[in-house]
Design a protein around this ligand. Sequence first.
Ligand SMILES: *Cc1c(COP(=O)(O)O)cnc(C)c1O
Length: 393
Amino acid sequence: MPTYARAALEFERGEGAWLFTPDGRKYLDFGSGIAVNVLGHSHPHLVSALVGQAQKLWHVSNIYKIPEGERLAERLCALTFADRVFFTNSGAEALECAIKTARKYHSANGQPNRYRIITFEGAFHGRTLATIAAGGQQKYLDGFGPKVEGFDQVPFGDHAALEAAIGPDTGAILIEPVQGEGGLRPVPPQCLRGLRELCDKHGLLLVLDEVQSGVGRTGKLFAHEWSGIRPDIMAVAKGIGGGFPLGACLATEEAAKGMVAGTHGSTYGGNPLAMAVGNAVLDVVSAPDFLERVRETARDFAQRLAELKDHYPDIVEEVRGSGLLIGLKMRVANTAFVAEGREQGILTVGAGDNVVRLLPPLIIGEPEIQEAYRRLDATCAALRSAQAPAKAS
Ligand SMILES: *Cc1c(COP(=O)(O)O)cnc(C)c1O
């Protein structure tokens, strides 16, 4: 189905932060398959994990024990607030599990009426029927029949509206610590702490969507760690598989208490191939100093981007985001910037609010930052000269 507006560009192979076309052109990949390839392309440790597992066993189903999955779940729990993990194949499925877990929790407590979940304008939680209802964006809901019941949306950053939306049937608050598709709007740490307090006061579960912000992207393993809070439930995907389709829903034992045998399932979720790659990603991302290096890289890149904005205030209005989850708010159309970036050999991704996303692999260093700066500078210069004649006339 022609559901994607694809660029006329294809790649044959990738290495680190670089992608190569069949005719030998190379592109600096600062989109990472939309925040997925955290370790870049063809990372040797991931390749050997995938190939090694492929030669042993691909799939057995969740009828049986999957030791690599138990190991990945235990490691994720050791590294986070969580006690329980459910593996999925995508972000939307991780959100579906998070939503079901929150609803089931209140049902298990004898309050099945508390199935309503508060979400925020500009949010993106996926493209399934429930997650388009949670995201609340009309363009994704249009034509797909009645919106799934039970989501109440409030404006981003409006505390009074949030408090007013909490009713007797509210069971949870669902939020991205940094809005990704919505335009790289971070939730300030004090606001996340405020949300935690509000949830505790009203007996609500705090559900975080860290599908885009997680797995080291902001310089912490998960973005909410910057605020010091602990959620009750968290959806993860994108970076966790480094390019292999993998997602996870993490929860505390208490929040997951309704999710007993038979309540949820997935045929592929957590299969041996995905688990082998997930463990391999975690080997690298959780190694000592890896995240410290991401934070340093992010600081260096932020400095260069501030320079870019100073040189081209007519093109770049603002640099925002967190770590290597970066948004350039544009004064020109973000689509024009992304297209010109491709001409200059750098791949970026558009987002809402006229933002261009820069989501480099977390393994980049000084040479890639220099190269990115050069190409972004060339992109801005080309857009400026394209604008100049129009201004003169
Ligand atoms: C990408 C994304 C999703 C959906 O993930 P899919 O794997 O495309 O289903 C959900 N939430 C956020 C914040 C995302 O960025």
